[in-house]
Design a protein. Structure first.
Length: 142
């Protein structure tokens, strides 16, 4: 319920900072990625009976996909970096989708290796979002 809503303290702290448009866009993507990943992990740890509300699994509805499309259009980021991020993003979601399908299939078993693959894919995406990989394009070092 809205009256019980408590905003994320990190979001409140971030809102008071002076940031560039690029930094703001990255931070919003980080918030969304962490939220998606944690929601997915929590959901798949529940019994397969409780599978009604998975995080969005349709690529056309992912907030990350919309972010990437806007980032390409706005041309704030290096194109090669965006393609690397896009590839990592798609890989993470493919692994998540495979886990969801296994989770919902009573004859399939989600393994530790599946969880590790998802964790590794998420870590790759997060490493691409580190400031040193974003803000080092040749144009920005001039």
């Amino acid at each position: 319920m809205v009256k019980n809503y408590l905003p994320n303290p990190k979001w409140i702290r971030y809102g008071s900072l002076k940031t560039t448009p690029k930094e703001t866009k990255i931070e919003l993507l980080l918030f969304a990625a962490h939220h998606y990943y944690e929601t997915f992990k929590n959901k798949q740890s529940l019994s397969s009976i409780n599978t009604r509300k998975w995080p969005l699994m349709n690529p056309k509805q992912w907030s990350h996909s919309a972010w990437l499309k806007r980032a390409h259009n706005e041309q704030l980021f290096d194109v090669d970096w965006l393609y690397e991020l896009e590839h990592a993003h798609e890989n993470m979601h493919m692994i998540a989708r495979d886990i969801m399908i296994k989770h919902q299939n009573k004859n399939a078993h989600v393994t530790t290796e599946d969880h590790n693959k998802l964790q590794q894919a998420f870590e790759v995406m997060m490493s691409i979002l580190k400031p040193e990989t974003i803000f080092t394009s040749p144009l920005e070092s001039v």
